[in-house]
Design a protein around this ligand. Structure first.
Ligand code: UT7
Length: 326
């Protein structure tokens, strides 16, 4: 018994922000952004929070799976931009879709979040604990961005993608996941600071209630991705004794077109096997993989029996790959 994706969905805020729009708020231009990243525009929330995007994507995934929402036993939301410190986003989704039989929690692994959440759901299903789960990647990255930092603000976008997974004879075949906490500083977004009125008063200091924004050493992250992603894809294929030529698509986290091109080259695989939609959405962090899967599903690109590799990578540092049969 394994875990099969039986339904997909996605949802975006309506507001489209082009590179030209961004050039009015920071010192950048369309040519720089397109040539360095492949991004042309992104969606930005004007008020909808992460759970609201997640709920709409989840409803679509459940309709696509054609199941009763009461069958869902587990909801995992992968996100770095949760509505609240608590309750978790998954519980808000449970309420929003009336999935009263599901246990709910969020998973924080930045841009690897969806992959890690999918693999976590797989562990529950493979062990027989649950039979159906909802796995969501949802982000309102725009609230974590420093809109004065041109090195990061041009990269990210908001959106949500969801999949329903169920116990089946075919589906996930193998997975590899990795973390390197020594490189945590190259891509980080700090939460609220330690400190309160009591400790500040003792030291006669002001309370620092500021929040952090995304900070990134772009080139370091780029080098990490183009080295580790091909290696982990090769590893999952080797583990499962699968020939790379048998893979129909490599569905990677949508961070940068140059990362996709470099990974394809290093694996000696035609870039046509690396679908992309980042030109329209930018980097939606944990949401990018399920959003792309949903787009491919809606376009009829995924046929039963197709082998695909999913790979996520990002802050932590964290990375991994999962091989599955559609
Ligand atoms: O989910 C994982 C998330 N992160 C990533 O995937 C990021 C991986 N890294 C990258 O994609 C690339 O490193 C970036 C796209 C972020 C940057 O590209 P780069 O080729 O590494 O550029 P750079 O940081 O070396 O900057 C080159 C120049 C600098 O100017 P000087 O010092 O050469 O005068 C930057 O200040 O480009 C400048 N620059 C910009 N110029 C116009 C940086 N950001 C911008 C901008 N518009 N938005």
């Amino acid at each position: 018994m394994t875990t099969r994706i039986i339904g997909t969905g996605s949802f975006f805020p309506q507001m489209i922000v082009s590179n030209d729009d961004l050039s009015k708020v920071v010192d950048t231009n369309d040519e720089w952004i397109r040539s360095r990243t492949g991004i042309k525009e992104r969606r930005i929330s004007e008020g909808q929070d992460t759970s609201e995007l997640a709920i709409e994507a989840a409803k679509e995934a459940i309709a696509s799976a054609n199941i009763d929402v009461k069958e869902i036993e587990l909801i995992i939301v992968a996100t770095s931009s949760a509505d609240n410190v608590f309750p978790n986003t998954a519980s808000l989704v449970q309420f929003g879709i009336e999935a009263e039989n599901a246990v709910c929690y969020d998973l924080s692994a930045a841009c690897s979040g969806f992959l890690f959440a999918l693999n976590t759901a797989h562990a529950f299903i493979k062990s027989g604990i649950y039979k159906k789960a909802l796995v969501i990647g949802s982000e309102v990255m725009s609230k974590t961005i420093d809109w004065k930092d041109r090195g990061t603000c041009v990269l990210f976008g908001d959106g949500a993608g969801a999949v329903v997974v169920a116990a089946d004879e075919i589906g996930i075949e193998d997975m590899v996941m990795y973390s390197d906490g020594t490189k945590g500083n190259v891509l980080l977004c700090e939460d609220r600071k330690v400190g309160n009125f009591l400790t500040a008063a003792v030291k006669n200091e002001e309370v620092d209630s500021s929040y952090g924004f995304v900070k990134m050493e772009g080139q370091e992250v780029f080098r990490f991705a183009v080295k580790q992603v091909p290696q982990c894809i090769s590893k999952v294929l080797e583990k499962s004794n699968t020939n790379i030529d048998d893979i129909k698509y490599f569905v990677l986290h949508q961070a940068n077109i140059r990362i996709l091109q470099s990974v394809a080259k290093r694996l000696n695989v035609d870039i046509e096997k690396f679908p992309t939609n980042l030109e329209l959405y930018g980097n939606t962090s944990a949401a990018s993989i399920p959003i792309l899967l949903d787009e491919m599903n809606k376009k009829g690109m995924l046929k039963s029996g197709d082998k695909i590799v999913i790979s996520g990578f990002g802050a932590g540092l964290s990375w991994g790959a999962t091989l599955l049969t559609w």
